[in-house]
Design a binder for this molecule. Structure first.
Ligand SMILES: NC(=O)C1=CN([C@@H]2O[C@H](COP(=O)(O)OP(=O)(O)OC[C@H]3O[C@@H](n4cnc5c(N)ncnc54)[C@H](O)[C@@H]3O)[C@@H](O)[C@H]2O)C=CC1
Ligand SMILES: Cc1cc2nc3c(=O)[nH]c(=O)nc-3n(C[C@H](O)[C@H](O)[C@H](O)COP(=O)(O)O)c2cc1C
Length: 198
């Protein structure tokens, strides 16, 4: 283990955290505190009884005041096709412009639900704790939005990657077989592997 130099602790920590791959979410809210949202990787499952997750929000974020004034939020997990929305919600863009970058419906809590998200967790904020620079918001999941099989967006080493959905893979493979008439060799082996995953 290499000890962390106290003068570069934050930088060393960030460099180390940058190695971790994570899902990418738009965390959104609406209500008396106003409408706001930000791109987040610091989202974690806490419990399934009742379904509970946590979100870490920097108190210096322009979205912080709205989340403080509201009692609900929605965690919208992004698909690979939604990386431009991740950029829009990643900072320094006015809130109206962020929301104009995508289509929305209102969840049962009133929080904005992103159309076409990999999955959306509509939540009631049940507790808040300030830790260092961030507020940790503990949220009970009230509703889940439709989940269509899709490729996931992953953030690692400060860039975005696509994680193919197994079922999407299978559809692609079947389409390739139909178009190209592939039925033997590597294609047949790949098909068998995909069927085992399905
Ligand atoms: N948890 C957070 O608050 C996060 C904030 N960010 C912010 O987004 C921007 C771009 O980030 P990157 O390109 O990934 O480069 P970066 O070098 O700023 O961050 C690398 C990694 O360090 C962690 N991190 C960064 N800032 C943090 C913070 N203030 N508190 C706790 N963990 C933090 C995250 O895991 C991030 O992926 C930066 O302004 C960064 O601060 C990014 C990821 C998580
Ligand atoms: C991939 C990615 C993940 C992020 N994750 C978080 C996070 O979990 N919590 C957080 O407070 N900010 C996170 N941020 C930073 C916010 O999205 C946003 O940039 C920051 O709150 C400053 O926004 P502002 O210009 O609205 O103040 C992340 C940014 C990126 C690009």
């Amino acid at each position: 283990m290499t000890a962390i130099d106290t003068n570069t602790t934050a930088l060393a920590y960030r460099d180390a955290m940058a190695l971790l791959a994570s899902a990418v979410h738009l965390v959104t809210t609406d209500g008396p505190g106003g409408r706001a949202g930000f791109t987040a990787s610091a989202v974690c499952s806490v419990s399934d009884t009742p379904p509970t997750l946590l979100v870490c929000l920097n108190r210096s974020s322009s979205a912080f005041a709205a989340f403080s004034g509201n009692t609900s939020l929605c965690v919208n997990t992004l698909t690979a096709a939604q990386r431009t929305v991740a950029d829009a919600f990643g900072g320094r863009t006015p809130m109206a412009e962020r929301f104009a970058a995508a289509r929305w419906t209102a969840g049962s809590t009133g929080a904005p639900v992103l159309a076409g998200a990999l999955v959306s967790f509509d939540c009631r904020i049940v507790s808040r704790t300030s830790v260092a620079t961030h507020d940790v918001l503990f949220c009970e999941v009230i509703a889940l939005a439709d989940r269509a099989p899709n490729d996931a967006l992953v953030y690692a080493s400060r860039r975005y990657y696509t994680v193919p959905n197994e079922r999407t893979d299978l559809r692609t493979l079947r389409a390739a077989e139909r178009v190209e008439g592939l039925g033997n060799g590597w294609a047949a082996e790949a098909r068998r592997a995909a069927l085992r995953l399905a």
